[in-house]
Design a protein around this ligand. Structure first.
Ligand SMILES: Nc1ncnc2c1ncn2[C@@H]1O[C@H](COP(=O)(O)OP(=O)(O)OP(=O)(O)O)[C@@H](O)[C@H]1O
Length: 643
């Protein structure tokens, strides 16, 4: 096991930051450290490659502008742009920002809404290129398309699998994101190294914790999130407000942890709100932003003297961050103060270090207008589809087993409803009056129950929405991997087991035909109804962002399907202008399930049995009730019967 204090973690690291543009296949890592050709990426798929660990990881950015809304929003959506979006006013978030971050702790500070997170997103290549202009260089060369998978990005919210332990989460990240070329042993070493570096040994085997089950502490959660990025051994690590939501001691602990990582040569770039002085002292550089613009970008030692030269005196013992943030809050509300700060920032004498650009950077900026933000290019996944499926399915299964509340509830409800249906419709008679009526009632109830019980399928996807977005953006897996794993390990078992239990109980109590074939047709029919219902829920939950919205849409769809299934009303008798709906809904769940079960129950094939006309065909097979024959019960009397 490597010693956490030595640099073995870094020297064994094969994947670090990638910083080139037109390199499509690189075999020798040493050859590509500074090879870069400015130009468009021409290939449709570019493999993830690594650069040597001795690259310095200096990130420089030039004339970054970021605009949202209006036609940019339309371009982002690619299709279906409503008119109100086209005419929407654009909003500029970042204004002509240039600067440089090198190895060490680089803090970005400013009043809320000044654009810190937006800047981090742009630098980490997490923003859609539409609406973004300017140039971001790593070690003086353009970013490679796989750059965003090679840097670490710790988002503001803690994103991990709550039912897994700290160690399991770290292994999940390592197994999916590290290249295939790394052996299992190397991946294990990497994870152990990260656990030691972040001081997570004592809680490595503790689960993260859910809303109902207390897990690791807030600081340990944040350090696990950092660890999930560190397993990549990235040269550049972005963190969006790593101390938000943590108490002072825990925040201190997390920042010291980051300081240790920075001392090992990493470039750590993070946004932070009003840190106390002991934390501020840990920073190497600080950048103050106001209304999307830089007003200071340099070392922490020069902060107080810089602001005193432009007329703001920091009192003795006052925390410099509080002092500057008070000025920035005023500046964000008073244009003249902001103009003064901006004027001072642009003075040639100030921030002169930013003007000294390496030769390559000058080449780019001398082109006048330059556009470095490329459209998304497919980057080869780190793992094969099979490997991804293995790890994602493993996690999904663990999730289901460790959080079995929904599965247990579904099984218990199926058993209860099975008995309820069995008791209410116990041993149905084969008569044309009560017999047919009750059988139709049974079919209707079973179909309705099967449809509505699938609504539990809405939650799993919505619950993991943030996790999926983060993991997909970080290159953990392909979209289809997540979808197939969910289907195989979550949705299908949750439909199959309840359907089997329900059928075993209800089928025999109702007194349907006791042959193996008939039973299995019944079972498959209601199982497919469940799968169909779950698929509808699955589809809607990918479109909606909240549970309530998804629920309303799903209920609407199911009710429409039921009304137009032809079970409740003869479709020929609905308004002609509504009749088009029946064609769309004819293939839907209630319609086909009703038909399937009717054919099974009544022995008819190929025809709808709902209406009185069809039910008269059953007469030869069913005994006429003594006092309530089917013919006497029809509302239109004997005439309708003849029809
Ligand atoms: N997609 C978006 N739609 C509308 N407004 C946006 C969007 N993204 C960012 N903004 C706006 O851009 C501004 C900067 O947002 P950003 O999140 O970068 O600020 P911040 O400095 O990180 O804020 P905080 O410190 O509160 O997290 C805010 O006014 C925000 O409302």
């Amino acid at each position: 096991q490597p010693d956490s204090e030595n640099d073995e973690c870094q020297t064994t690291a094969k994947i670090t930051l990638l910083s080139s543009t037109s390199i499509n296949s690189v075999t020798d890592e040493n050859d590509m450290s500074r090879t870069a050709i400015v130009g468009n990426h021409s290939t449709s798929s570019i493999s993830r490659v690594s650069i040597p660990v001795d690259a310095s990881g200096t990130l420089s950015f030039h004339e970054i502008n970021y605009v949202i809304g209006g036609k940019n929003e339309c371009k982002r959506r690619r299709w279906s742009c409503p008119t109100f979006l086209k005419s929407e006013e654009q909003k500029q978030i970042l204004f002509d920002i240039s600067g440089k971050f090198s190895g060490g702790m680089n803090a970005i500070m400013g009043p809320t809404g000044c654009g810190k997170s937006s800047l981090l997103d742009v630098l980490a290549d997490r923003k859609d290129p539409h609406g973004t202009s300017g140039c971001v260089l790593v070690d003086g060369v353009l970013r490679h398309p796989s750059y965003k998978y090679a840097v670490g990005y710790v988002v503001q919210e803690n994103v991990f699998s709550e039912t897994l332990t700290v160690r399991e989460n770290l292994f999940f990240s390592a197994n999916l994101r590290l290249p295939k070329t790394l052996s299992k042993r190397e991946k294990i070493d990497r994870v152990l190294c990260v656990i030691a570096d972040l001081g997570l040994e004592s809680c490595a085997n503790t689960r993260m914790g859910t809303a109902f089950l207390r897990g690791v502490s807030g600081g340990e959660k944040k350090r696990t999130c950092i660890g999930m990025e560190l397993v990549l051994s990235p040269k550049i690590l972005f963190l969006d407000e790593p101390t938000t939501g943590l108490d002072a001691a825990t925040a201190n602990n997390v920042m010291h942890c980051l300081k240790r990582l920075a001392e090992k040569g990493r470039t750590i770039i993070f946004s932070i709100h009003q840190p106390r002085y002991s934390i501020f002292k840990l920073f190497d550089t600080v950048t103050f932003m106001c209304n999307g613009q830089f007003v200071y970008h340099g070392t922490i030692e020069n902060v107080v003297s810089y602001f005193s030269t432009i007329g703001y005196q920091c009192e003795t013992h006052e925390n410099p961050t509080d002092f500057v943030l008070d000025i920035l809050i005023d500046a964000s509300q008073t244009p003249t103060i902001l103009a003064k700060l901006k004027y001072a920032y642009n003075e040639p004498a100030n921030h002169s270090h930013l003007k000294a650009r390496p030769e390559f950077e000058n080449n780019i900026s001398n082109r006048g207008h330059f556009e470095c933000f490329q459209h998304q290019i497919a980057v080869e996944a780190a793992q094969s589809l099979g490997t991804e499926l293995l790890y994602v399915s493993q996690r999904t299964l663990r999730n289901s087993l460790r959080n079995p509340a929904m599965a247990i509830a579904q099984v218990v409800v199926s058993i209860m409803i099975g008995f309820l249906v069995g008791l209410v419709f116990y041993d149905l008679k084969k008569t044309t009056g009560h017999g047919v009526h009750n059988r139709l009632g049974t079919i209707f109830f079973i179909v309705v129950n099967q449809i509505f019980s699938t609504m539990t399928a809405i939650e799993p996807l919505l619950q993991e929405r943030a996790l999926f977005f983060h993991e997909y953006a970080s290159g953990y897996y392909r979209i289809r991997t997540f979808f197939i794993a969910k289907l195989l390990c979550d949705l299908l078992p949750l439909r199959a087991v309840p359907s089997i239990l329900f059928s075993l109980i209800a089928y025999f109590m109702i007194g349907l035909r006791r042959t193996v074939a008939q039973f299995f047709i019944f079972l498959v029919t209601i199982f497919m109804a469940s799968v169909f219902g779950a698929a509808v829920c699955f589809f809607i939950s990918t479109l909606a962002s909240t549970y309530a919205a998804a629920l309303i849409v799903v209920v609407l769809i199911f009710v429409a399907m039921m009304i137009f299934s032809g079970f409740l009303i003869e479709l020929t008798s609905v308004f002609s202008w509504l009749s088009w709906m029946q064609f769309g809904l004819k293939l839907c769940l209630p319609n086909q399930t009703d038909n399937g079960l009717m054919i099974l129950y009544f022995g008819e094939t190929g025809e709808r049995l709902h209406s009185a006309t069809y039910i008269t065909k059953l007469l030869p097979f069913y005994k006429v009730d003594g006092d309530r024959s089917f013919g006497e019960q029809t509302i239109d009397g004997p005439q309708a019967d003849q029809n």
